[in-house]
Design a protein around this ligand. Structure first.
Ligand code: IPE
Ligand code: IPE
Ligand code: MG
Length: 238
């Protein structure tokens, strides 16, 4: 697909990677095996996004609401990113990919927090794709935290209330300095946002597919980008 020069490649793609559990069920496997397969698929998509010269890819890996799942599944989901980084960290470094993790680190196991800090540090000067993992992320929490920090800065006279604009507000979000989302993809057939990047998708193009996340291949990704290329983004103008 890279040869197709007419294609309009989005700067920032976000993906709600949904359907791991249903994929596992279909094959008579445990939900955890679905997540493992989903993580393997994620590697492929990240490398492909980098190859397409997409600048930012944000994926939803664990929501603030996912704590409500059975303990066994949550425990596995806390271990999975550690395994993922151990296995693929060197690959990302070789491919010039920068890693960032957004979300609250407060309730995460220390081992995971240490690993996140490590991979962010060793990839911070990479200039290819910025790969952003939303983990223990919830958009409403993000907006409330931003509001609290804005309030503090106003009290401390670091910010004037009259100076608060959407552009300044954004600087208080986890996605500070990351451009807004151009294309949002959700797999598995659910037609909802589930508390993901509410602010950042204000003018995103939305793409929903019934394909379950572990089955979402580079061909499916191409299809989403082609569809995006055909959209007419007006941003309120005519
Ligand atoms: C998405 O797959 C991954 C996470 C939410 C961690 P699900 O686990 O939600 O899969 P389904 O929706 O049950 O099929
Ligand atoms: C959204 O999927 C969160 C992630 C993909 C990490 P969910 O499966 O948790 O969303 P709902 O519950 O179907 O809305
Ligand atoms: Mg789901």
């Amino acid at each position: 697909m890279e040869q197709d020069s007419k294609l309009n490649i989005p700067t920032h793609v976000a993906i709600i990677m949904d359907g791991n559990g249903r994929w596992a069920k279909r094959y008579g496997l445990s939900r955890s095996m679905g997540h493992k397969k989903g993580a393997q698929n994620l590697l492929k998509i990240v490398l492909y996004a980098n190859k397409l010269k997409i600048k930012y890819l944000t994926v939803f890996a664990f929501s603030t609401e996912n704590w409500n799942r059975p303990k066994e599944e949550v425990d596995y989901l806390m271990k999975l990113p550690i395994e993922f980084f151990n296995e693929f960290e060197q690959r990302f470094r070789n491919e010039n990919i920068k890693i960032k993790v957004i979300g609250s680190r407060n309730d995460l196991p220390q081992e995971l927090v240490d690993k996140i800090e490590y991979v962010e540090e060793v990839t911070k000067d990479k200039t290819g794709l910025t790969f952003i993992i939303a983990f223990n992320y919830g958009s409403q929490l993000e907006i409330v935290e931003a509001t609290k920090n804005i309030y503090q800065d106003i009290i401390n006279k670091k910010l004037q209330i009259e100076g608060l604009t959407p552009q300044i507000f954004e600087q208080y979000l986890f996605t500070k300095d990351i451009p807004s989302v151009d294309l949002l993809i959700r797999t598995s057939g659910e037609l909802r946002i589930s508390n993901f990047l509410l602010w950042q998708i204000a003018y995103s193009e939305l793409y929903f597919t019934k394909t379950l996340w572990p089955d979402f291949s580079t061909r499916h990704f191409d299809k989403a980008i082609k569809e995006y290329s055909k959209r007419n983004r007006r941003f309120g103008a005519i």
